[in-house]
Design a binder for this molecule. Sequence first.
Ligand code: AVJ
Length: 321
Amino acid sequence: RLARDIAPGRYEVDGSDSAFAADVVKGLSARQKTMSPKYFYDGAGSVLFEEICRLDEYYPTRTETDLLTKIARDLAADIPDDAVLVEFGSGASEKTRTLLEAAPQITAYVPIDISEDALRNATLRLKAGYPKLSVTPIVGDFTTEVDLPTALNGRPLVGFFPGSTIGNLTHAEAIAFLRTVRRMLAAGAQLILGADIVKDEATLIAAYDDGAGVTARFNKNLLVRINRELSGNFDIDAFDHLAVWNREHERVEMHLVSRTDQIVTAAGHAFSFKAGERLHTENSHKFTPSSLRRLAEASGWVLENQWISPKPEFGIFKLVV
Ligand code: AVJ
Protein backbone atom coordinates (compact mmCIF):
# COMPACT_ATOMS: atom_id res chain seq x y z
CA ARG A 1 0.00 0.00 0.00
CA LEU A 2 1.35 3.34 -0.97
CA ALA A 3 1.08 6.49 1.03
CA ARG A 4 -0.17 9.31 -1.13
CA ASP A 5 -0.08 13.02 -0.52
CA ILE A 6 -3.71 13.45 0.29
CA ALA A 7 -5.66 16.31 1.72
CA PRO A 8 -6.19 16.33 5.51
CA GLY A 9 -9.36 14.46 6.31
CA ARG A 10 -9.03 11.97 3.47
CA TYR A 11 -7.13 8.74 3.89
CA GLU A 12 -6.50 5.45 2.28
CA VAL A 13 -8.23 2.53 3.87
CA ASP A 14 -7.06 -1.00 3.34
CA GLY A 15 -10.40 -2.79 3.06
CA SER A 16 -9.83 -4.68 6.29
CA ASP A 17 -13.47 -5.47 7.18
CA SER A 18 -13.20 -8.93 5.69
CA ALA A 19 -9.80 -9.41 7.36
CA PHE A 20 -11.50 -8.70 10.70
CA ALA A 21 -14.19 -11.33 9.97
CA ALA A 22 -11.60 -13.89 8.91
CA ASP A 23 -9.44 -13.22 12.00
CA VAL A 24 -12.47 -13.51 14.33
CA VAL A 25 -13.52 -16.83 12.80
CA LYS A 26 -9.97 -18.18 12.97
CA GLY A 27 -9.28 -16.83 16.47
CA LEU A 28 -12.54 -18.08 18.00
CA SER A 29 -12.24 -21.50 16.34
CA ALA A 30 -8.79 -22.18 17.77
CA ARG A 31 -8.30 -24.52 20.72
CA GLN A 32 -6.84 -21.59 22.65
CA LYS A 33 -9.20 -18.78 21.60
CA THR A 34 -7.30 -15.65 20.72
CA MET A 35 -7.69 -12.25 19.04
CA SER A 36 -5.15 -9.64 17.95
CA PRO A 37 -5.10 -6.52 20.17
CA LYS A 38 -5.06 -4.38 17.03
CA TYR A 39 -8.83 -4.88 16.89
CA PHE A 40 -9.30 -2.96 20.16
CA TYR A 41 -8.90 0.33 18.35
CA ASP A 42 -12.17 1.25 16.67
CA GLY A 43 -13.47 4.75 17.49
CA ALA A 44 -14.82 3.74 20.92
CA GLY A 45 -11.73 1.67 21.70
CA SER A 46 -9.39 4.53 20.88
CA VAL A 47 -11.36 6.82 23.22
CA LEU A 48 -11.24 4.17 25.96
CA PHE A 49 -7.48 3.81 25.50
CA GLU A 50 -7.04 7.56 25.93
CA GLU A 51 -9.10 7.26 29.13
CA ILE A 52 -6.79 4.44 30.31
CA CYS A 53 -3.80 6.74 29.76
CA ARG A 54 -5.26 9.17 32.33
CA LEU A 55 -5.83 6.53 35.04
CA ASP A 56 -3.72 6.69 38.21
CA GLU A 57 -2.83 3.01 37.88
CA TYR A 58 -1.77 3.21 34.23
CA TYR A 59 1.73 4.67 34.67
CA PRO A 60 3.32 4.01 31.23
CA THR A 61 1.94 6.97 29.28
CA ARG A 62 2.66 9.71 31.79
CA THR A 63 6.01 8.18 32.78
CA GLU A 64 7.12 8.03 29.17
CA THR A 65 5.89 11.56 28.44
CA ASP A 66 7.79 12.93 31.45
CA LEU A 67 10.93 11.06 30.43
CA LEU A 68 10.60 12.21 26.83
CA THR A 69 10.25 15.81 27.97
CA LYS A 70 13.44 15.46 30.06
CA ILE A 71 15.54 13.96 27.24
CA ALA A 72 13.97 15.76 24.26
CA ARG A 73 16.93 18.12 23.86
CA ASP A 74 19.40 15.20 23.83
CA LEU A 75 17.31 13.45 21.18
CA ALA A 76 16.89 16.65 19.13
CA ALA A 77 20.66 17.22 19.06
CA ASP A 78 21.01 14.08 16.92
CA ILE A 79 18.15 14.78 14.50
CA PRO A 80 19.31 16.18 11.14
CA ASP A 81 17.84 19.18 9.32
CA ASP A 82 14.70 18.62 7.26
CA ALA A 83 14.16 15.24 8.91
CA VAL A 84 11.03 13.15 8.35
CA LEU A 85 9.52 11.64 11.49
CA VAL A 86 7.83 8.28 10.81
CA GLU A 87 5.67 7.08 13.70
CA PHE A 88 4.44 3.50 14.01
CA GLY A 89 1.08 3.16 15.80
CA SER A 90 0.71 6.91 16.27
CA GLY A 91 -2.76 6.96 17.91
CA ALA A 92 -3.49 10.47 19.20
CA SER A 93 0.09 11.65 18.39
CA GLU A 94 0.34 13.24 21.85
CA LYS A 95 3.97 12.31 22.54
CA THR A 96 4.94 13.43 19.06
CA ARG A 97 4.40 17.02 20.14
CA THR A 98 7.18 16.79 22.70
CA LEU A 99 9.63 15.81 19.95
CA LEU A 100 8.31 18.38 17.48
CA GLU A 101 8.70 21.15 20.08
CA ALA A 102 12.30 20.19 20.79
CA ALA A 103 13.26 19.48 17.17
CA PRO A 104 11.79 22.11 14.81
CA GLN A 105 14.18 20.76 12.15
CA ILE A 106 11.61 17.96 11.68
CA THR A 107 9.60 19.30 8.73
CA ALA A 108 7.55 16.27 7.73
CA TYR A 109 5.57 13.71 9.71
CA VAL A 110 4.21 10.34 8.59
CA PRO A 111 1.88 8.84 11.24
CA ILE A 112 0.88 5.21 10.65
CA ASP A 113 -2.11 3.86 12.60
CA ILE A 114 -4.86 1.26 12.37
CA SER A 115 -7.54 3.68 13.64
CA GLU A 116 -8.73 6.02 10.94
CA ASP A 117 -10.65 8.11 13.49
CA ALA A 118 -7.62 8.58 15.72
CA LEU A 119 -5.47 9.43 12.70
CA ARG A 120 -7.92 11.98 11.36
CA ASN A 121 -8.25 13.75 14.72
CA ALA A 122 -4.52 13.69 15.35
CA THR A 123 -3.74 15.08 11.89
CA LEU A 124 -6.22 17.94 12.21
CA ARG A 125 -4.88 18.89 15.65
CA LEU A 126 -1.24 18.71 14.53
CA LYS A 127 -1.93 20.75 11.38
CA ALA A 128 -3.49 23.45 13.58
CA GLY A 129 -0.53 23.51 15.97
CA TYR A 130 2.26 23.18 13.37
CA PRO A 131 1.07 24.84 10.16
CA LYS A 132 4.45 24.39 8.44
CA LEU A 133 4.70 20.67 9.15
CA SER A 134 3.81 18.47 6.20
CA VAL A 135 1.69 15.55 7.45
CA THR A 136 1.05 12.40 5.39
CA PRO A 137 -1.02 9.91 7.42
CA ILE A 138 -1.19 6.25 6.48
CA VAL A 139 -4.08 4.08 7.67
CA GLY A 140 -3.08 0.52 8.35
CA ASP A 141 -1.44 -2.07 10.54
CA PHE A 142 1.92 -0.51 11.37
CA THR A 143 3.67 -3.89 11.13
CA THR A 144 2.98 -4.02 7.38
CA GLU A 145 5.79 -2.57 5.29
CA VAL A 146 4.66 0.60 3.50
CA ASP A 147 6.41 2.70 0.90
CA LEU A 148 6.96 6.20 2.16
CA PRO A 149 5.59 9.05 0.01
CA THR A 150 7.96 9.62 -2.91
CA ALA A 151 7.94 13.36 -2.19
CA LEU A 152 10.04 12.52 0.88
CA ASN A 153 12.73 10.60 -1.04
CA GLY A 154 16.26 11.41 0.01
CA ARG A 155 15.27 13.12 3.27
CA PRO A 156 16.79 11.88 6.56
CA LEU A 157 14.37 9.55 8.36
CA VAL A 158 13.75 9.21 12.09
CA GLY A 159 11.55 6.34 13.27
CA PHE A 160 9.43 6.90 16.38
CA PHE A 161 7.79 3.96 18.15
CA PRO A 162 6.75 5.11 21.63
CA GLY A 163 4.13 3.81 24.04
CA SER A 164 5.57 0.32 24.49
CA THR A 165 3.46 -0.71 21.53
CA ILE A 166 6.29 -3.14 20.79
CA GLY A 167 5.06 -5.04 23.85
CA ASN A 168 2.01 -6.21 21.90
CA LEU A 169 4.21 -8.23 19.55
CA THR A 170 5.58 -11.70 20.22
CA HIS A 171 9.37 -12.01 20.25
CA ALA A 172 9.39 -13.30 16.65
CA GLU A 173 6.99 -10.56 15.50
CA ALA A 174 9.05 -7.88 17.22
CA ILE A 175 12.19 -9.04 15.41
CA ALA A 176 10.37 -9.17 12.06
CA PHE A 177 8.94 -5.70 12.67
CA LEU A 178 12.27 -4.13 13.69
CA ARG A 179 13.89 -5.64 10.57
CA THR A 180 11.11 -4.21 8.39
CA VAL A 181 11.58 -0.78 9.96
CA ARG A 182 15.33 -0.98 9.35
CA ARG A 183 14.66 -1.73 5.66
CA MET A 184 12.06 1.05 5.40
CA LEU A 185 14.19 3.71 7.06
CA ALA A 186 17.45 2.54 5.45
CA ALA A 187 21.05 3.54 6.09
CA GLY A 188 21.80 6.31 8.55
CA ALA A 189 18.38 6.03 10.12
CA GLN A 190 17.61 5.99 13.82
CA LEU A 191 14.67 4.60 15.74
CA ILE A 192 13.47 6.12 19.01
CA LEU A 193 11.67 3.33 20.85
CA GLY A 194 9.69 3.43 24.10
CA ALA A 195 9.37 0.20 26.09
CA ASP A 196 7.93 -0.57 29.50
CA ILE A 197 10.28 -2.20 32.01
CA VAL A 198 9.77 -5.37 34.08
CA LYS A 199 8.76 -4.41 37.64
CA ASP A 200 6.86 -5.74 40.64
CA GLU A 201 3.75 -7.72 39.79
CA ALA A 202 1.32 -5.62 41.86
CA THR A 203 2.18 -2.44 39.95
CA LEU A 204 1.90 -4.26 36.63
CA ILE A 205 -1.45 -5.90 37.35
CA ALA A 206 -3.00 -2.69 38.72
CA ALA A 207 -2.09 -0.96 35.43
CA TYR A 208 -4.12 -3.55 33.51
CA ASP A 209 -6.96 -4.04 36.00
CA ASP A 210 -7.81 -0.56 37.23
CA GLY A 211 -10.29 0.13 40.02
CA ALA A 212 -12.68 2.11 37.83
CA GLY A 213 -12.99 -0.77 35.36
CA VAL A 214 -11.92 1.26 32.32
CA THR A 215 -9.49 -1.44 31.14
CA ALA A 216 -12.26 -4.03 31.55
CA ARG A 217 -14.48 -1.94 29.28
CA PHE A 218 -11.60 -1.54 26.81
CA ASN A 219 -11.11 -5.31 26.74
CA LYS A 220 -14.84 -6.04 26.38
CA ASN A 221 -15.17 -3.43 23.64
CA LEU A 222 -13.72 -6.10 21.37
CA LEU A 223 -16.94 -8.10 21.86
CA VAL A 224 -19.06 -4.97 21.38
CA ARG A 225 -17.24 -4.38 18.12
CA ILE A 226 -17.76 -7.97 16.94
CA ASN A 227 -21.47 -7.64 17.76
CA ARG A 228 -21.80 -4.43 15.77
CA GLU A 229 -19.56 -5.09 12.78
CA LEU A 230 -19.96 -8.84 12.37
CA SER A 231 -23.56 -9.35 13.56
CA GLY A 232 -22.39 -11.08 16.73
CA ASN A 233 -24.58 -11.87 19.73
CA PHE A 234 -22.02 -11.78 22.56
CA ASP A 235 -23.61 -11.13 25.97
CA ILE A 236 -20.98 -8.69 27.24
CA ASP A 237 -21.91 -9.37 30.88
CA ALA A 238 -21.30 -13.08 30.43
CA PHE A 239 -17.51 -12.45 30.30
CA ASP A 240 -15.06 -11.26 32.95
CA HIS A 241 -11.98 -9.16 32.37
CA LEU A 242 -8.75 -10.84 33.54
CA ALA A 243 -5.17 -9.52 33.68
CA VAL A 244 -2.34 -11.93 34.60
CA TRP A 245 1.46 -11.65 34.78
CA ASN A 246 3.17 -14.36 32.74
CA ARG A 247 6.54 -14.64 34.46
CA GLU A 248 8.10 -16.95 31.91
CA HIS A 249 7.41 -14.63 28.97
CA GLU A 250 7.70 -11.40 30.99
CA ARG A 251 4.34 -10.11 29.83
CA VAL A 252 0.98 -9.01 31.18
CA GLU A 253 -1.78 -10.91 29.43
CA MET A 254 -5.38 -9.82 29.10
CA HIS A 255 -8.13 -12.37 28.72
CA LEU A 256 -11.92 -12.44 28.59
CA VAL A 257 -13.21 -15.32 30.70
CA SER A 258 -16.54 -16.95 29.94
CA ARG A 259 -18.74 -17.02 33.04
CA THR A 260 -20.85 -19.94 31.80
CA ASP A 261 -21.09 -22.64 29.16
CA GLN A 262 -22.42 -20.70 26.20
CA ILE A 263 -22.69 -20.62 22.43
CA VAL A 264 -22.10 -17.34 20.62
CA THR A 265 -22.59 -16.58 16.94
CA ALA A 266 -20.63 -14.02 14.92
CA ALA A 267 -19.63 -13.59 11.28
CA GLY A 268 -22.04 -16.38 10.40
CA HIS A 269 -20.34 -18.97 12.62
CA ALA A 270 -21.15 -20.49 16.02
CA PHE A 271 -18.52 -20.71 18.77
CA SER A 272 -18.88 -22.58 22.04
CA PHE A 273 -17.31 -21.42 25.29
CA LYS A 274 -16.95 -23.58 28.39
CA ALA A 275 -17.41 -21.90 31.79
CA GLY A 276 -14.00 -20.52 32.74
CA GLU A 277 -12.66 -20.73 29.18
CA ARG A 278 -10.43 -17.81 28.20
CA LEU A 279 -10.27 -15.68 25.08
CA HIS A 280 -6.70 -14.30 25.03
CA THR A 281 -6.93 -10.70 23.80
CA GLU A 282 -3.54 -9.09 24.46
CA ASN A 283 0.09 -9.60 25.37
CA SER A 284 1.92 -6.63 26.82
CA HIS A 285 5.58 -7.60 27.03
CA LYS A 286 7.85 -5.85 29.51
CA PHE A 287 11.59 -5.51 28.98
CA THR A 288 14.87 -5.13 30.80
CA PRO A 289 17.72 -3.07 29.35
CA SER A 290 19.47 -6.34 28.44
CA SER A 291 16.43 -8.06 26.88
CA LEU A 292 15.83 -4.92 24.81
CA ARG A 293 19.46 -4.85 23.70
CA ARG A 294 19.28 -8.51 22.64
CA LEU A 295 16.09 -7.80 20.70
CA ALA A 296 17.69 -4.83 18.91
CA GLU A 297 20.79 -6.81 18.03
CA ALA A 298 18.77 -9.79 16.78
CA SER A 299 17.03 -7.36 14.39
CA GLY A 300 20.18 -5.80 12.96
CA TRP A 301 20.09 -2.58 15.00
CA VAL A 302 22.68 -1.20 17.39
CA LEU A 303 21.48 0.11 20.74
CA GLU A 304 23.21 3.49 20.88
CA ASN A 305 21.71 4.99 24.01
CA GLN A 306 19.05 4.38 26.64
CA TRP A 307 17.22 6.41 29.25
CA ILE A 308 15.32 4.71 32.09
CA SER A 309 12.96 6.72 34.31
CA PRO A 310 12.96 6.45 38.11
CA LYS A 311 10.20 4.16 39.48
CA PRO A 312 7.89 3.19 37.91
CA GLU A 313 10.59 2.43 35.35
CA PHE A 314 9.96 3.07 31.68
CA GLY A 315 12.66 3.06 29.01
CA ILE A 316 13.41 5.10 25.92
CA PHE A 317 15.98 3.48 23.67
CA LYS A 318 17.80 4.87 20.65
CA LEU A 319 18.59 2.33 17.96
CA VAL A 320 20.80 3.11 15.00
CA VAL A 321 21.68 1.15 11.87
C1 AVJ B 1 -0.93 0.55 23.68
C2 AVJ B 1 -0.18 -1.69 23.63
C3 AVJ B 1 1.06 -0.06 24.84
O1 AVJ B 1 0.02 -2.76 26.33
O2 AVJ B 1 -0.02 -1.17 27.79
C4 AVJ B 1 -3.45 -0.62 27.85
C5 AVJ B 1 -2.48 -1.20 25.53
N1 AVJ B 1 -3.86 -2.58 27.09
N2 AVJ B 1 -4.18 -1.29 28.77
C6 AVJ B 1 -0.32 -1.63 26.69
C7 AVJ B 1 -3.23 -1.44 26.80
C8 AVJ B 1 -4.43 -2.46 28.29
C9 AVJ B 1 -1.08 -0.73 25.73
N3 AVJ B 1 -0.31 -0.50 24.47
